[in-house]
Design a protein around this ligand. Sequence first.
Ligand code: FES
Length: 110
Amino acid sequence: MADDRAPFVRVCALSELDEDTPKRVELDGTPVSLVRTVGEVFAIHDICSHANVSLSEGEVEDCQIECWLHGSSFDLRTGKPSGLPATRPVPVYPVKIEGDDVLVSLSQES
Ligand code: FES
């Protein structure tokens, strides 16, 4: 059976990610925010589902990233907003760590 999932691509070094400090990268033209927190690395689409602003400029707390403009927070594991005004989730992407390399696939987690 064909595997149509997107390949994992190296996006940065693990050592470039500071705890709880989002880093914006681009993967095939898609903006992605990488977040190192709670001992893991998460990848979430870098555009808020409420308006066209960058989530990587927001704050990270309790495995959530907060949109700086109107304050909705998105769960880094699921992309779901925890409160208004955003009502739609943001895509999250699978991450692999290989040595000091951070790899992301644009396949969406379901
Ligand atoms: S733009 Fe993100 S909550 Fe409004």
